[in-house]
Design a protein around this ligand. Sequence first.
Ligand SMILES: NC(=O)c1ccc[n+]([C@@H]2O[C@H](COP(=O)([O-])OP(=O)(O)OC[C@H]3O[C@@H](n4cnc5c(N)ncnc54)[C@H](O)[C@@H]3O)[C@@H](O)[C@H]2O)c1
Length: 333
Amino acid sequence: MSKILITGAAGLLGSHFSEYLLNKDREVIGVDNLSGGYIEHVDKRLIKKKRFYKVDLLNASALEKIFKKHKPDFVYHFAAYAAEGLSPFIRNYNYNNNVISSINVINNCLNYGAKKLIFTSSMAVYGIGNPPFTEDQLPNPVDPYGIAKYAVEMDMKQACDQFGLNYNIIRPHNVIGIKQNIWDQYRNVIGIWIRKTLSGEPISIFGDGLQKRAFSDISFYMAPFEKFMTGHDRETFNIGADKEFEILEIARLVQKIAGKFGYSPEIKHFEPRHEVKVAYCNHEKAKFHLGFEDNTDIESTIREMFEWALKQPKRRIKKMKYEVEKNIYSFWK
Ligand SMILES: NC(=O)c1ccc[n+]([C@@H]2O[C@H](COP(=O)([O-])OP(=O)(O)OC[C@H]3O[C@@H](n4cnc5c(N)ncnc54)[C@H](O)[C@@H]3O)[C@@H](O)[C@H]2O)c1
């Protein structure tokens, strides 16, 4: 049976995909340093079988031991710190955590003969670009997070050319669902709003709220992700929802759902962030080749997240040490 190693197994994508594969009796090994995910979100079966490793991917020797022991056939590399708006202020952390750690994964895939490395890049590689972004457009990232993702994509292609590394690149955007980190003030906008609502704070919007994003429920990603183990070698896929919403519209929806649970948060506008206003992808390739179908019902997904959030313990809110303080936004000071 193929062995499947998942990095970021405590995070949104990693925890859901581990559960999906374990439900099919697949052999899974999980790695996560719990910097952005929680041990409670790691599938219990991984812990019970001692197949979960609390290891930082920057720790090259610890990572190598895992590869040496398990010799995974497929490696799904989900681990990263995905705080795009914050990335210009934590450049060193961003490049170490998102590039160098990925290089450690690539080295081990090469040295221990992985059949394929599947990497979650991001829509951020397209930057301002020319939406709807198609996979053949030349990336032009406009922030360190997007630059880091594109650097890893390029390194994987180099490792393919010179050493035959087999790979897939996935470029998702705005995936939501339970087990998403809602205690990080820098990322996961819907999660932040739910957490703020529960603690009696207003829903925060950067700028006018007319920026558009398309959110999709994590559940629609599982079967397409699995398909990478049976083909589509060396291909890149955009994946995500087609239906866009203005951020303000989503904020009002969170307000409405909150009302059903007895909460009445206000909406508060803050200064705009340096961010791409209109960014959306074309997903025809994933639909055609991976059978990807996004049937997200945004209202019911947010309601499910809300119900889940109500049952969560009180956690510390993540605060990062800024490397650059220049032009830092008032809401992050
Ligand atoms: N969720 C989205 O909407 C989205 C969109 C585009 C791209 N992505 C990419 O998909 C991947 C998964 O995203 P997610 O939403 O599940 O994020 P997440 O933060 O929920 O999960 C990432 C996990 O990686 C772990 N991690 C981070 N750095 C690590 C390190 N150095 N060593 C070991 N573990 C480490 C964290 O603890 C966390 O549990 C990321 O690479 C992200 O950039 C996600």
